[in-house]
Structure formats: structure tokens, C-alpha cells
Design a protein. Structure first.
Length: 302
């Protein structure tokens, strides 16, 4: 749906462009969450993010018809929605408790946890290089948090917890992608997450002001369009070509954190974030290379 205005640009560059757009939108969403959470509870913000995000992607349902919702794996979609809703509530709460750049740096651990789960639950094999990369990534997380050397804030622990939960969601997406289209996966994400996130929001509900509603709409729009841009980036080019540009999330977070919240990330956030991110990119490159060589062992069918 995004391709036509950029058809003259080579596909690899289009992939990079959409990845950069997605990183900016996701970071903008997190800034808006941090701002509006000064008035509303993060759980309520999470509901409005999912509600407005669903409104953003719902036109796709009318465009492609109800056939995209046909699936033999409704329970997996529901489980994925529950996990991602839980992870979102953890992460949105963390945004109110810790510096923006630190949260982004630690969020890079999600693919590491997902790799561990894929090995343990799906029977994927990992050579010594992947294990070294995983250990290096978790060392990077230790560098950011520095337990015993610095005060460990609750926000950092919540980001790690959200990354663990999101890792489970990533594994489910990996299973679903064998039979489901990206459009089906995206639509069911919104259809399950909106009502599921409403349940905890009701316990802390207060009606938002007019200004808060504007920011909540921005949260939903940035998140919804950001997911579409991310999907388009992977559609236009190989994951290994666009994934390195995901590091821009840390750069955007540092810049916007300084401009909006007067936050200055310390050197350990940058060092640890770079180590974590490098590990995830290396693992992605190794997986892509194995697939091209035809040596990747297929996960055990569930």
C-alpha cells in the first residue's frame, strides 16, 4: 500500500527508508506515551494505543475483505495478543520510570530472549557463534543496568520483563508466519489487543482531557503506521539489509529525550545498547546466511 509513491526508488533503499520511518514513529509514540502518562495511568494509555491503532489498520479489512481473517490458528493469535498486551503494559509503565534512551537500549534484548525461546521450545539448533552472541547481548544488558555498581531502577527491570514477554510473542509470530499472511497477523493483533487491554484499564480509568485525547490519538496513529512501515520495510528488502537501521531508535530516543525531557543518556547506555544491538544483528545475519546455504534446521512442527 505504500509502494506506489516510491516506485522509482530501488527496493533496497525503499526498505531502508521504511525502516527509518518506523523507528522514528515508534520513538515518537514512546515520547507521546511518556507525556500523556503524566495525566493517565499507563494501562489506560495502552488501551487507547491499541484502540486508535486498530482504527488506523481497520481500513485494510475493508480493502482486502473478511477473507484475510480466515485462520485455523485463532488460539495462537489470541495467545499472541495476550502476551503482547502484557508486554506493552510493562513497557509503557517503564517509560514513566526510567530515561527514554535506557528503555530503548534494553528493549533490544527482546530478539535475544526470542532466540533462546526458539532454541528451547521450537527445537532450533544454535552453534557456538550464536551462543557467544547471546551471551554478549546479555552482557550488554548488564552494562546498561550495572547491578551492584549503580542503583537498579524499577523501569529497567520492567523493560527486561517486557522483552521476555515480547520474545514469546515473536516466537508465536514465527509459528504463525508459516501459514498466515502478515496482514492477517497484524489485523488479529489489533482485534485482540484492544479488548484485552481495556480490562486492566477499567480498574484505573479516568476520562482523558481534550489535550490528552490528542496525544492518545497520536500514540495510536504512530504505533499503527509504524507497524505498517516496519512490515513494508521487510517486504521491500531482506531483513539483514534493513535491521541494522533499527539502531536509529536509540539515536532518536536520545535526541527526543534531551529535547523534550532534558534527559542525557550516560555512556554506559550507549555502550551497552551498542553491544546488545550488535549481538541481535549478528544473530539475524547468521540465520539469514544459513537459510541461503540451505543448512538451517527447520523448527519442530507443533
Amino acid at each position: 500500500m505504500f509502494r506506489e509513491p516510491f516506485s522509482a526508488i530501488p527496493a533496497p533503499l525503499r526498505g531502508v527508508f521504511f525502516m527509518l520511518i518506523s523507528t522514528l514513529l515508534f520513538t515518537g509514540m514512546q515520547v507521546a506515551v511518556r507525556h500523556v502518562a503524566e495525566e493517565l495511568h499507563p494501562f489506560e494509555v495502552a488501551f487507547f494505543r491499541n484502540f486508535f491503532g486498530l482504527l488506523v489498520v481497520s481500513p485494510l479489512l475493508f480493502q482486502y475483505g473478511s477473507g484475510v481473517l480466515r485462520t485455523p490458528r485463532l488460539k495462537l493469535h489470541a495467545l499472541r495478543g495476550a502476551l503482547q498486551t502484557t508486554g506493552m503494559m510493562f513497557f509503557f509503565t517503564a517509560l514513566t520510570l526510567a530515561p527514554l534512551a535506557q528503555n530503548i537500549a534494553l528493549s533490544f534484548t527482546a530478539p535475544l530472549f526470542a532466540t533462546v525461546l526458539a532454541i528451547l521450545l521450537l527445537g532450533e539448533r544454535a552453534g557456538w557463534r550464536r551462543w557467544v552472541a547471546l551471551v554478549a547481548g546479555f552482557v550488554g544488558a548488564w552494562i546498561v543496568i550495572r547491578p551492584g555498581l549503580a542503583v537498579v531502577n524499577t523501569g529497567a527491570l520492567l523493560v527486561i520483563l517486557s522483552s521476555c514477554v515480547w520474545a514469546g510473542s515473536m516466537v508465536i509470530i514465527k509459528i504463525l508466519s508459516r501459514t498466515e499472511s502478515s496482514l492477517t497477523i497484524t489485523l488479529y493483533m489489533g482485534l485482540f489487543m484492544a479488548p484485552l487491554s481495556l480490562i486492566p484499564a477499567l480498574f484505573v480509568w479516568q476520562w482523558p482531557s481534550g489535550e490528552a485525547l490528542i496525544f492518545l490519538a497520536l500514540v495510536g496513529a504512530f504505533g499503527g503506521v509504524g507497524h505498517l512501515a516496519l512490515a513494508q520495510a521487510f517486504k521491500e528488502s531482506d531483513a539483514t539489509a534493513v535491521l541494522p537501521f533499527d539502531f536509529m531508535r536509540l539515536i532518536w530516543a536520545s535526541a527526543l529525550g534531551f529535547l523534550v525531557f532534558a534527559e542525557i543518556p550516560d555512556i554506559w547506555t550507549w555502550v551497552g545498547g551498542a553491544v546488545i544491538f550488535s549481538s541481535t544483528v549478528y544473530i539475524a545475519f547468521r540465520e539469514a546466511r544459513k537459510k541461503k546455504e540451505g543448512t538451517t534446521v527447520r523448527p519442530v512442527e507443533s
